[in-house]
Design a protein around this ligand. Structure first.
Ligand code: AHR
Length: 501
C-alpha cells in the first residue's frame, strides 16, 4: 500500500500553541497522594513531593497543569487546603466517594508546579459554590497584598502572588454526575456573572467556560450554543472533554476513534463561528480540550469504591488504567488531531498526569514508571511545537460505523520552532500491511533525516510496568530523503516519528 503526498513550507495550518501539551492533576485516587505527594518516599523533596515523578513530568515538558478537578472541584472548598496542615479538615469527597485530607492545597500544588516547570490552570467551583468563592480564590492567588485574601496568603507563607493566567469556570456542568449540575441557561448565566466578577479583578486573565463533557451528551451541541450565547464576549475558551473506551471491541474501530474527536472539534468550531457572527463580534473564542484520553481498563475495578462499598478511603486506587500498545497508537492519533486542528484548539490537557488514567504511574514507596502512552505524548511535546503544516496526502482508508473514510496512515507535520526541523508524526492503523510513504517536501531547502524512531511489533495488548518497559521507541531504519522526497516504509500497527533537519 502506498501513501503519496506533498508538504510545502508556504502552506501552514497555523502556530501550534504549546499549551496543547498540557495535562491535569485532580484530587482523585492516587494522583495527588502517593502520586505527586509522598513525604515518606525516598525521593521526596522538602515539600514531600516525589522527585522521581517531577523528573518524569519534566521529561514530558508539560507547559500547563489543570487543578484541582475535575468532578472533585464541584464540591471543593479551596480554603480547606490553606493554613497549618494539622488544622486542615478532612472532608468527604462526593465525586469519588473518598476522604480528602487536604494535606495538599494550593500552596503545595503551586510549589510542585514550580518544581515540575509547569504553569497552573485553576478551576473554580461552580457546582456547590459560585461567584463569591471564585472571586476570593482569585484574589488569594493573584493579588499582591493589602486585601483580606491576599494578606492571608502572605501569612500562610507565600509573599508574591502566583499570577495564574488561565481559570476554568467549573467542570462538566452538563453532567448528571456533577455535584450542582446545571441546565445550559442556569450555567450560562452563572458563568457569565462569575466571569464578569473575575474580569473586574483582572481583565487580562484567560477564562474557560464549560462546553459539553462529551459529544455523547444529549444536550450536545445545543449546550455550546446556549452557553456561548451568554458568555461569548467574556470568555476566551470553551472547554471540551472526550475519553475513548473499547465500545466496539475491535482494533480497527478503536483506532478510528480520533475521527470522532475531529468531528467534535469541527462542530464546536462551527458553533463558535455561528455565535461570533450572531453577536457581530470581532473577538475570537478558542477550544480548550482540557480532558482527553483513553479510559476503560479500570472501570470494572472502580465500581466498588464508587458505589461506596469501601467506605470513604483516603487516596484509593481509582482509574488506574494500565495502557496497552494499542492505546498508545490511538493517543498518537489524538495528538495528531490536535496538531491538525491547532487553528482552533489552543489548550489541551491529557487527563490525567499521574496514576489516574495517566502516562506516569507510581508504586507507593517504590518506582515511578512510564506507560505506553508516555511516548507519543513525549515526542509531540518535544517536537510538536512550531508551525503546523498542511499535508496533502493520498492514502487508502476504511469505513467504520461512525466514519466513512478513516485513512490507514494518520500523519501530522510540524516545523519545530526551536531547531527548524520538520517533524512527521505518523501512525499506521493498518493491521497487516506496511505503507510505503512518499512525500514531496517543498520549500524547506535541502533536508536530511536527523531522527527516526518507531514503536512497533508489539502484541496489541502489551503493557509496561514498574520493572520494565516492553513498549518503548527504538531506532527505525530504511527512511531516506532524496530529490526532495521523504520515503519510508511504515510498518503495520506502528507509531513513527521522522525528523528532517
Ligand atoms: O478525569 C476523570 C474525570 O472525568 C474528571 O474528574 C471529570 O471531569 C471527567 O468526567
Amino acid at each position: 500500500m502506498r501513501a503519496t503526498g506533498t508538504v510545502h513550507s508556504a502552506y501552514a495550518i497555523g502556530t501550534v500553541d504549546g499549551r496543547i501539551y498540557g495535562s491535569f492533576i485532580e484530587h482523585l485516587g492516587r494522583a495527588v497522594y502517593t502520586g505527586i505527594y509522598e513525604p515518606e518516599h525516598s525521593t521526596a523533596d522538602v515539600n514531600g513531593m516525589r522527585r522521581d515523578v517531577i523528573d518524569l513530568v519534566r521529561e514530558l515538558d508539560v507547559p500547563v497543569v489543570r487543578y484541582p478537578g475535575g468532578n472533585f472541584v464541584s464540591a471543593y472548598n479551596w480554603e480547606d487546603g490553606i493554613g497549618p496542615r494539622e488544622k486542615r479538615p478532612v472532608r468527604l469527597d462526593l465525586a469519588w466517594h473518598s476522604a480528602e485530607s487536604n494535606q495538599v492545597g494550593i500552596h503545595e500544588f503551586a510549589d510542585w508546579a514550580e518544581a515540575a516547570g509547569t504553569e497552573m490552570m485553576l478551576a473554580v467551583n461552580l457546582g456547590s459554590r459560585g461567584l463569591d468563592a471564585a472571586r476570593s480564590f482569585l484574589e488569594y492567588v493573584n493579588h499582591p497584598g493589602g486585601s483580606y485574601w491576599s494578606d492571608l496568603r502572605r501569612e500562610n507563607g507565600r509573599e508574591a502572588p502566583w499570577g495564574v493566567k488561565i481559570w476554568c469556570l467549573g467542570n462538566e456542568m452538563d453532567g448528571p454526575w456533577q455535584i450542582g449540575q446545571k441546565t445550559a441557561d442556569e450555567y450560562g448565566r452563572l458563568a457569565f456573572e462569575t466571569a464578569k466578577a473575575m474580569r473586574a479583578f483582572d481583565p487580562s486573565i484567560e477564562l474557560v467556560v464549560c462546553g459539553s463533557s462529551s459529544p455523547r451528551m444529549p444536550t450536545y451541541p445545543d449546550w455550546e450554543a446556549t452557553v456561548l450565547d451568554y458568555t461569548y464576549d467574556t470568555v476566551d475558551y470553551i472547554s471540551l472533554h472526550l475519553y475513548f473506551d473499547y465500545d466496539t471491541g475491535n482494533t480497527a474501530d478503536f483506532l478510528a476513534e480520533s475521527a470522532r474527536l475531529d468531528d467534535y472539534i469541527g462542530t464546536v468550531a462551527g458553533v463558535i463561528a455561528y455565535t461570533k457572527a450572531k453577536k457581530r463580534s470581532q473577538k475570537d473564542v478558542y477550544i480548550s480540550f482540557d480532558e482527553w484520553n483513553v479510559w476503560y481498563h479500570s472501570r470494572e475495578a472502580d465500581k466498588a469504591v464508587l458505589a461506596g462499598k469501601s467506605g470513604w478511603p483516603h487516596a484509593p486506587a481509582l482509574l488506574e488504567d494500565i495502557y496497552t500498545f494499542e492505546d498508545a497508537l490511538l493517543v498518537g492519533c489524538m495528538i495528531n488531531t490536535f496538531i491538525r486542528r491547532s487553528d482552533v484548539v489552543k489548550i489541551a490537557c491529557l487527563a490525567q498526569l499521574v496514576n489516574v488514567i495517566a502516562p506516569i504511574m507510581t508504586v507507593p514507596g517504590g518506582e515511578a514508571w512510564r506507560q505506553t502512552t508516555f511516548y507519543p505524548f513525549l515526542f509531540a511535546s518535544r517536537y510538536g511545537r512550531g508551525r503546523a503544516l498542511k499535508l496533502a496526502i493520498d492514502v487508502p482508508g476504511y469505513a467504520t460505523s461512525f466514519a466513512k473514510n478513516v485513512p490507514y496512515l494518520d500523519v501530522s507535520v510540524v516545523e519545530t520552532e526551536t531547531d527548524g526541523a520538520l517533524t512527521f508524526f505518523i501512525v499506521n492503523r493498518h493491521q497487516t500491511e506496511a505503507i510505503e510513504l512518499d512525500i514531496a517536501v517543498e520549500g524547506f531547502g535541502t533536508r536530511r533525516i536527523i531522527f527516526d524512531q518507531v514503536i512497533e511489533g508489539h502484541d496489541l495488548k502489551a503493557t509496561n510496568g514498574p520493572h520494565g518497559e516492553t513498549v518503548a521507541p527504538k531506532d527505525a531504519v530504511g527512511s531516506s530523503v532524496s530529490d526532495g522526497r521523504l520515503k519510508a516504509t511504515v510498518s503495520p500497527l506502528s507509531y513513527r516519528i521522522i525528523r528532517l533537519g
